[in-house]
Write a new protein. Structure first.
Length: 243
C-alpha cells in the first residue's frame, strides 16, 4: 500500500486528504470515507488501510472546521459537510482508476453520505456510486445528544470544531436524513454498534427502513467511537458481495 497526501479544492476551504493506493491486486471498486463530528480523517485510518491491503483504493479527508484535521476553515452549517463530500467525490472521480465508487460514512459523515447518495440517484455520474455504508447513524439524531451522556460528550468535544456552536450543528443533522426511500434501490449497509450510547440499534434499523429498498443492517460489538475499526470484516464481506 502507498499513501498520498492531496489538497482538494472546495467552495469553503481546501480539503486535506489522504489516498490509500493498493500495491497490487486492485479491485474495480474504490472507497470514499467521511468521518464523524468533531473527529478527523484519522478515524478511518485502520479501516482504509485494511481494505487497501485487500485491493480497495480509498480516500479520506478532513471536513471543514474540524481542528483535529488539516482542512481549516469554519463549519457554520451541516450542509457544508455535504458540499465537502461532493467536492471530494468529484475530485476522486477524476483521479482514481475505478469502475465504481462506494461511500462510507461514520456518524455525521453517514448523513453527508446519504444526502450525496440522494443526489447521485437523481443525477447519476460516471464512475457510478455502487453503494453506501453508514456507520452509527439513526433516525432523530438529536435524541442521543439530549441524554446525560450525549450532553456531556457535546460539552467535552465543543472545542474541537471551529464555527457554529456544537449543539446547534448537531441539531441540524436530522433535517438532512432521507425520509421516503430517497436512495431507491442503491445498495446500502447500515452498521449498528451495540454499545453506541448515541444511536441505538432500533434507531439505526428505522433509518435503514426509510432510506431505500435495498438496505441491510448489521450489528457489531463496538461503541460509537470505535465502530470504524470494528467494522472491517463486515464491510469487506459486503463489498465483496457488491462486486
Amino acid at each position: 500500500m502507498k499513501l498520498h497526501n492531496h489538497q482538494i479544492p472546495a467552495n469553503c476551504a481546501t480539503l486535506a486528504a489522504l489516498r490509500y493506493a493498493p500495491d497490487n491486486g486492485r479491485q474495480s471498486t474504490a472507497i470514499l470515507y467521511a468521518h464523524g463530528f468533531t473527529a478527523g480523517k484519522y478515524t478511518f485510518d485502520g479501516l482504509a488501510g485494511y481494505l487497501a491491503n485487500k485491493g480497495y483504493e480509498g480516500l479520506t479527508f478532513d471536513f471543514v472546521g474540524h481542528k483535529l484535521g488539516g482542512t481549516g476553515g469554519e463549519l457554520h452549517n451541516m450542509t457544508q459537510t455535504v458540499e465537502n463530500l461532493q467536492a471530494a467525490l468529484a475530485w476522486y472521480r477524476n483521479t482514481v482508476p475505478a469502475e465504481r465508487i462506494v461511500l462510507v460514512g461514520h456518524s455525521m459523515g453517514a448523513v453527508a453520505v446519504l444526502r450525496t447518495a440522494i443526489q447521485e440517484v437523481a443525477s447519476p455520474v460516471s464512475p457510478p456510486i455502487a453503494g453506501v455504508a453508514c456507520l452509527c447513524m439513526g433516525v432523530e439524531p438529536h435524541i442521543g445528544f439530549q441524554s446525560v451522556v450525549g450532553r456531556t460528550m457535546q460539552s467535552q468535544r465543543a472545542a474541537y470544531v471551529q464555527g457554529a456552536p456544537v449543539a446547534e450543528l448537531s441539531a441540524q443533522l436530522g433535517s438532512l436524513l432521507p425520509t421516503a426511500q430517497e436512495i431507491g434501490g442503491l445498495p446500502a449497509l447500515f452498521v449498528a454498534a451495540q454499545q453506541d450510547v448515541l444511536f441505538s440499534v432500533e434507531r439505526v434499523e428505522r433509518l435503514a427502513s426509510l432510506a431505500g429498498r435495498n438496505t441491510q443492517v448489521m450489528q457489531i460489538e463496538a461503541s460509537h467511537q470505535d465502530a470504524p475499526d470494528k467494522s472491517k470484516s463486515v464491510l469487506l464481506k459486503w463489498l465483496s458481495e457488491l462486486s
